[in-house]
Design a protein around this ligand. Sequence first.
Ligand SMILES: *[C@@H]1O[C@H](CO)[C@@H](O)[C@H](O)[C@H]1NC(C)=O
Ligand SMILES: *[C@@H]1O[C@H](CO)[C@@H](O)[C@H](O)[C@H]1NC(C)=O
Length: 242
Amino acid sequence: MSSSHFTFSIYFLTFALFLQTIFGASPLFHFCSSSENFTTNDPYESNLKKLLGNLYYQTPLLGFGLGSVGSYPYQTNGLALCRGDVATTDCKTCVNEASNEIHKLCPYNKGAIIWYDNCLVKYLNKDFFGQIDNQNKFYMWNLRNVSDPTTFNEKTRKLLSLLAKEASVTPKLYAVGELELGESKKLYGLAQCTRDLSNSDCFKCLDGVIGELPRCCDGKEGGRVVGGSCNIRYEIYPFVNS
Ligand SMILES: *[C@@H]1O[C@H](CO)[C@@H](O)[C@H](O)[C@H]1NC(C)=O
Ligand SMILES: *[C@@H]1O[C@H](CO)[C@@H](O)[C@H](O)[C@H]1NC(C)=O
């Protein structure tokens, strides 16, 4: 019984990895806004298609893109962001994948957001640029517990707070770094904001998500707080390309 369950899990995992190799990475999470929908042949739909097309061309070059298409009441506003270390081609692949996937997941919603390891894509029928998104948020964590949670949590907070300061004063609003944990172990961290935010709002956003770590990631070997405007991540292994 348990052995066949095990075999199934391995099979499933292999299958999942196989699919991932063929179709690229799968989304981490998404939200469809339920407040307003459009119908088929609505001008909003063609504006949205144009916007996603623009983001696809704009984003890979600088790792960030933003724009609005159309005018009220059919205007759509959107942005795309790739993780700070992601190469142009991978960024392009991710934004393309995200646009296709979000269209399938939220076909008639005027607003939606989708996250991958390598990028995020967001759009809305309202101008949201420069405002901290406190609504769309999710947590991820490693199931494994550390042996000394108090010290570990302190170090995690210390590293991420340093990275929040650093990220919020760099043009890319992105920072990564490491911290020695002793016994030749290291803690790796990342902090990033969408580049429509001001430096001070980036810091405010990152400070806020760091404050949420106890809700998800207390004493966990790895964790992420991921929002629509900023995100943090820490692991005990390296996870970005240097
Ligand atoms: C929009 O569509 C979703 C399903 O796709 C539905 O759950 C939601 O209630 C709709 N919202 C409105 C305002 O019609
Ligand atoms: C980690 O700790 C939590 C809370 O103490 C416990 O419920 C969970 O089973 C532990 N996880 C592992 C993988 O040991």
